[in-house]
Design a binder for this molecule. Structure first.
Ligand code: PMP
Length: 387
């Protein structure tokens, strides 16, 4: 037996640049790794303690399939208090990370051949997930000259009778764009008029730079929005694998039905960790998010002084998206040269779709002192630049 036994999609898998970079990062010493979007902070100690305490007290069993009731309650209350929304605890479902939340929500709504509009550049699992759920991703290319904005007009142009929804991500990975209320409102109106769901990945909602504001999609179209979020970024909890969705009740219920056959419940100690985290949201998240804000501000200002480089304006997230088009290199070759000649690992923009070509994503997941070293190396770099 060999790999020809596998399902067709896995016999000749499409290249996965992001996975390749992660694999490379794991094997290399002595590189400045700016590739993976995993905050470099260890989870704050009180969160770890809360999980340990719960596990020692015997909370080592399954929880209710939809998540611990008290966690569903605080997650919905947190959104309600912050943003003036009106979620009931039953509308929240606790999942094994945000990625899992998106998957089960998509699975719950897609029939074979249904279309989901995905603006690119984007977090690449969006495309895979739509396909795994039998759907058809329909790409909308956003443009650097528009600040990679997702506009209702561009989305409207891609709607067909098969369109069921759109996936948005603000603050955005990889571009650092944050949608403004006017854009959110226009998209909300479109979704309401055309009966579409908006899958709104808000995992970077705490990562907004000063002068910008995060507003959740559910503010404008609560009946058409599936809010996807989690604990990985705000509380540096990637390894705990904990996220959630907030959706209209009928959809949360259906996502639960999907998940009964997949993971049943999310890890119990992680749910206790998350409960503590969200109950102490601001005091725990703020030191992490402000460190990233300082790093991104540093990257944006210093890298924009390099004459062959531009940084598209960063409003939020944990990434800088570097415009390398002046080098005339494609994003994969540039990343390769950067690694070999300067020992800096980044993710080529192509990993986020064709609209990311000509860019590199730098994750600010290293201390400022390390970022300063990386910038010094980049400032000296001349490779491939037309002199
Ligand atoms: N959405 C986006 C936009 C991300 O960048 C990431 C992590 N890189 C995730 C979701 C995954 O989140 P989680 O760890 O909660 O699955």
């Amino acid at each position: 037996m060999d790999s020809s036994f596998l399902g067709q999609a896995y016999q000749h898998p499409a290249p996965n640049i992001l996975a390749d970079v992660c694999e490379q990062a794991a094997t290399m010493n002595d590189v400045i790794d700016l590739s993976v979007g995993d905050p470099d902070f260890t989870t704050p100690l009180p969160i770890i303690d809360a999980a340990m305490k719960a596990a020692k007290a015997g909370h080592t069993h399954y929880t209710a399939a939809m998540g611990m009731p008290e966690l569903r309650q605080v997650v919905s209350e947190d959104y309600n208090h912050r943003f003036g929304l009106n979620y009931q605890p039953t509308q929240a479902m606790i999942t094994v990370g945000a990625e899992h939340a998106l998957f089960i929500a998509l699975k719950a709504v897609l029939d074979p051949g249904d279309e989901i509009i995905v603006p690119e550049p984007c977090f690449s699992p969006y495309i895979e997930q739509v396909e795994m759920c039998g759907g058809q991703p329909v790409i909308v290319k956003t443009k650097p000259e528009d600040g990679f904005a997702i506009t209702a007009e561009a989305v409207a142009a891609k709607i067909t009778p098969k369109t069921k929804g759109i996936i948005i991500n603000s603050p955005n990975n990889p571009t650092g764009m944050v949608m403004i209320p006017k854009q959110l409102k226009a998209l909300a109106q479109l979704a309401i008029d055309k009966d579409l769901l908006i899958f709104s990945d808000e995992i970077y909602y705490d990562y907004v730079l000063s002068g910008h504001q995060f507003v959740p999609m559910a503010k404008y179209a609560p009946g058409n929005t599936v809010t996807i979020n989690g604990f990985s970024k705000s509380f540096a909890m990637t390894g705990w694998r904990l996220g959630y969705l907030l959706a209209p009740q009928w959809l949360t219920d259906a996502a639960g039905m999907v998940n009964d056959g997949v993971t049943f419940s999310a890890p119990t100690p992680s749910q206790y960790a998350a409960l503590y985290a969200i109950q102490h949201h601001d005091e725990l998240a703020q030191p992490i998010t402000s460190a990233f804000a300082e790093r991104l501000h540093y990257l944006e200002t210093t890298l924009n002084q390099v004459d062959w480089l531009k940084v598209s304006s960063i409003s939020g997230s944990i990434y800088a998206f570097l415009d390398i088009r002046a080098t005339k290199l494609n994003s994969v070759d540039f990343a390769d040269q950067l690694l070999k000649k300067a020992g800096i690992l980044v993710v080529p923009g192509l990993a986020f779709g064709k609209a990311g070509e000509g860019f590199e994503r730098l994750a600010a997941t290293q201390p400022l002192a390390t970022l300063k070293k990386a910038v010094a190396k980049l400032q000296q770099a001349k490779w491939g630049v037309k002199q």
